[in-house]
Structure formats: structure tokens, C-alpha cells
Design a protein around this ligand. Structure first.
Ligand code: TGC
Ligand code: FAD
Length: 395
């Protein structure tokens, strides 16, 4: 055995040296998204959250120029990046705010992916280049007032009328709904669940924003109302013929959340670490007390574990080995871990933990949406449970 040089010193913000597991290209992309978040998101996001508004019209083209909209898709103006690179971008965006990551997830992984994977060539040419540039916004209408975890129970129906389709129903909790130029709407037909491309302004199609949210306030959430909306036959996504269509899109967005949740957790951990070092109590920094150190150690452990899990799943996806059940385990684990980190960090900050002067309570409240949307923690536990036991426990 030879004696080697001492290992590098511990870096509190990258305790396990996970940075070394990234390629130069991944680090460069990660750094440019981090710089974007520092320059364009963090200065305003507390105010957006307080006002319950987000400047989507300015933000979307800026995100387009950054190259993150549909970045893991190929062709049609999309960057064709790896799954891991897309995940790392989500992580940095959510370190800014879950609402901003949601804007990007819904655009790229739900609306654009649905068109890219299941749409006609005409749909792709018409929408994808503008959506990649952030010049057109998309939303994804699956959930209804009486059908969330169980989308197969949807009541929105599409019926044939000659060559046309006529859609009738209601979608609820739809991110980007009222700011969208195009809605991908899922509806039950006599042939099973089908997807439709509904441009803004189509007669009978309207939106209404959902207010009084105490979570994801820097994100637009709307109801979609479909009152006998008449669409040409070409509006249907030809390749999606069952619930598998929308669920395949959810796999993409859930994958982004596996990484994104780590960003929210990291931001809260770093806020708690800095605060604990500065805050004096009983004549010394609270960082010098055993109780706060135990909390910081647990938070660091959870952030590092969650990062490693996300990276592992990213590498699996890039190798074509990732199954939906793996994504469910990742979302379940990392959103739960992020919630714990944020709640712990909030207490380290004492009273300051409840104000928007610090990012912690904003992230903590946002994660209450993240743990519910894209499949609740219960749904993902049941997906993992089903894979472990071979017994489907939903019904
Ligand atoms: P089930 O009978 O199991 O399956 C029906 C068909 O779908 C296929 N399938 C999948 N395909 C791809 N990916 C998956 N993850 C899939 N899961 C199932 C399945 O093979 C079958 O295909 P086929 O060809 O035989 O028709 O369906 P089920 O009715 O029992 O439901 C299963 C369950 C509960 C897991 C599913 O419905 C579910 O995931 N529910 C949760 C709903 C959900 O996550 N909604 C999210 C809405 S979008 C959103 O929240 C956006 S938030 C904004 C943001 O992301 O920032
Ligand atoms: P329910 O399905 O009614 O569930 C209620 C409770 O019952 C949950 O705890 C759930 O885990 C539990 N439960 C349900 N079934 C079972 C079971 N079999 N066994 C045990 N427990 C069960 N949807 C979209 O389509 N597009 C969007 O863009 C979108 N954006 C969203 C943005 C925000 C901010 C939020 C909060 C939601 C958004 N959603 C969107 C909706 C989201 O996907 C749903 O809220 C989610 O799927 C859960 O559905 P639900 O709220 O109807 O809860």
C-alpha cells in the first residue's frame, strides 16, 4: 500500500464531493442555470410569492434563451440534453422556487413531451419550436374536481360529431392554465382516453385562476372549462390511445421533481447553516450547540442522500434502465426528505423562519404542493408497494 496525499478538506455545501460525479459539461450547464436563478429569480421571488403572481410573460422567453424548455427532447428547437442534465437544471431551478421549476416541468415534460411523444408531425411543427423558445406556453389538463389520483375516473368527454370532436368538461388545478397558448387536454372517448391540442381562444374554452393558495404562490394555477369545445379531427394526439398516454408524460415530470426537491432542500439547508453561524444565543453562535449541530448534520445527510439518489436515477434513465416504479421511489423519497429538511431548517431560523425575508418557509409551503401533485406520496408508495409484492392495492 502506498501513502497517498490527504483527501481534500470537507466542503460543507458538498460534503460527499458529489460534484466530482458530474461531467464538465453537466457542471457548466448546472452553473449557468444556477447563475440564472441567482440573477433572475432570487431577487424577486419573495415578492412574487407574497403577491401571488409570477411574471410568466418575461420569464418564459428568458428560460427559453437559457435552453431549459423541453431541453431533454430532440429536434424542433429542443436542446437534446441528457436526462441527468435536465434533472440538474430542475434542481437549480427549484433551489430558486418550486413554482419556477413547475413552469419549466409543465412546459417541457408535460405539454411539450405530450406533443413530442404522442402528437402528429403537424402538431410538433406548429408548437414545439415556439414552446422551446418560451414564445408559446403550454399546460396539461388531466386532473378534475372529482378525479385526481384516479385520472381514469375523469368525466370530461370528447364525442365525435362528423369529422369533428366536441369536448365537454372541466379540469382543475392546472399549472400555467390561464397563461397558456395551448392546452393539452385529456378526455374520455368511446375509444378510451385520448389527448387533444386545444389552442387558446377556441370557442367554448375558458380558464379561471385558483386563488387563496398558501403554497406555490409564484405559479399560476387554473381551472379549465370546456363547454362543447369543437375541434377538428387533427386536434387529437394520434398516438395516445389510453391512460398510458398521460401517465407516460407524468414519468418525465416526476423525474424532474426527484431532482427539483433536492434543490429546495439544499436552499433551506444552506440558509440554516448560514443562520446558525451568525445567530448568537447565550453568548455563542447557535451553530456551536449540540442540538443545532445534530439538526444540521441530519439535514446535510438528507440533502446528500437525496442528491445521490437523483443522480443514480438520472444515470439509469440515460442508460434506458429507468422504470416508472423507480421514478415513484425517487419522488416519494426525495420530496419527503426535502419536506423534513425544510421543516427542520425553519426551526433553526426561529422567528425569522416564518418570514419571506428568508427562503425557508416559502420552500416549505411549496413542498406541500410538490408532495401532492404528480402523484401523491400515497400513490407513489402504492406503486412501489405493488412492485414489491405483486399486489395492486389501489382498488
Ligand atoms: P393502470 O390500469 O395501472 O394503467 C393504465 C395504463 O397506463 C399504463 N401505465 C403507465 N404508463 C406509463 N407510465 C406510467 N407511470 C404508468 N402507469 C400505468 C398501464 O400500463 C396501462 O397501459 P395500457 O396500455 O394497458 O392502457 O391505471 P390505474 O387507473 O390503476 O392508475 C394507476 C395510477 C394510480 C398509478 C395512476 O393513475 C396515477 O399515477 N395516478 C396519479 C395521478 C397523477 O399523478 N396526476 C398528476 C397530474 S399532472 C400534475 O400534477 C402536474 S403538477 C405540475 C408540475 O409538475 O409542476
Ligand atoms: P385525491 O386523489 O382526492 O386524494 C386525496 C387523498 O387521498 C390523498 O392523500 C391521496 O393520497 C389519498 N388517496 C387517493 N387514493 C388512494 C388510495 N387508493 N389509497 C390510499 N390513499 C389514497 N393536475 C394536472 O392535471 N395538471 C397540472 O398542471 C396540475 N398542477 C397542479 C398544481 C398544484 C399547485 C396542485 C396542488 C395540483 C396540481 N395538479 C395538476 C393536480 C394534482 O396532480 C392532484 O392534486 C393530485 O394528483 C392529487 O389529486 P387530488 O388533489 O384530487 O387528491
Amino acid at each position: 500500500m502506498t501513502v497517498s496525499a490527504a483527501p481534500p478538506a470537507i466542503r460543507p455545501k458538498d460534503f460527499l464531493g458529489i460534484d466530482q460525479l458530474l461531467s464538465d459539461e453537466e457542471r457548466d450547464m448546472r452553473d449557468s442555470v444556477r447563475a440564472f436563478v441567482a440573477g433572475e429569480i432570487l431577487p424577486g421571488v419573495g415578492d412574487w410569492f407574497e403577491a401571488g403572481e409570477v411574471p410568466v410573460a418575461e420569464l418564459a422567453p428568458a428560460l427559453g434563451r437559457l435552453g431549459v424548455l423541453g431541453m431533454h427532447l430532440t429536434g424542433y428547437g429542443c436542446a437534446g440534453a441528457s436526462a441527468t442534465a435536465y434533472g440538474l437544471a430542475c434542481l437549480e431551478l427549484e433551489a430558486g422556487d418550486s413554482g419556477v421549476r413547475s413552469l419549466v416541468s409543465v412546459q417541457g415534460s408535460l405539454a411539450m413531451y405530450a406533443i413530442w411523444r404522442w402528437g402528429s408531425e403537424e402538431h410538433k411543427q406548429q408548437w414545439l419550436p415556439r414552446m422551446a423558445a418560451g414564445e408559446a406556453i403550454g399546460c396539461f389538463g388531466l386532473t378534475e374536481p372529482d378525479a385526481g389520483s384516479d385520472p381514469g375516473a375523469m368525466r370530461t368527454r370528447a364525442r365525435r360529431d362528423g369529422e369533428d370532436w366536441v369536448l365537454h368538461g372541466q379540469k382543475m388545478w392546472i399549472t400555467n392554465g390561464s397563461v397558456s397558448d395551448v392546452a393539452v387536454v385529456w378526455a374520455a372517448t368511446d375509444e378510451g382516453i385520448r389527448g387533444f391540442v386545444v389552442p387558446r381562444g377556441t370557442p367554448g374554452f375558458s380558464t379561471q385562476d385558483i386563488h387563496k393558495k398558501l403554497s406555490l404562490r409564484a405559479s399560476v394555477t387554473s381551472e379549465l372549462l370546456l363547454d362543447d369545445v369543437r375541434l377538428p379531427a387533427s386536434a387529437m394526439l394520434p398516438e395516445a390511445t389510453s391512460l398510458r398516454g398521460p401517465l407516460s408524460c407524468l414519468n418525465e415530470a416526476r423525474f424532474g421533481i426527484v431532482f427539483g426537491a433536492v434543490g429546495a432542500a439544499r436552499a433551506c439547508f444552506e440558509a440554516a447553516l448560514a443562520y446558525a453561524g451568525d445567530r448568537m444565543a447565550f453568548g455563542k453562535p447557535i451553530a456551536g450547540t449540540q442540538l443545532q449541530q445534530a439538526k444540521l448534520a441530519k439535514m446535510a445527510l438528507q440533502v446528500n442522500q437525496a442528491t445521490l439518489l437523483a443522480l443514480h436515477l438520472g444515470r439509469m434513465k440515460d442508460q434506458g434502465l429507468l422504470r416508472p416504479e423507480h421514478v415513484s421511489m425517487g419522488k416519494l423519497a426525495n420530496v419527503d426528505a426535502a419536506l423534513e429538511v425544510c421543516r427542520e431548517a425553519r426551526q433553526v431560523l426561529g422567528a425569522n423562519g416564518i418570514t419571506l425575508e428568508y427562503p425557508v418557509i416559502r420552500h416549505m409551503n411549496n413542498l406541500e404542493s410538490v408532495v401532492t401533485y404528480e402523484g401523491t406520496a400515497d400513490v407513489h408508495a402504492l406503486v412501489v408497494g405493488g412492485a414489491l409484492t405483486g399486489i395492486q392495492a389501489f382498488r
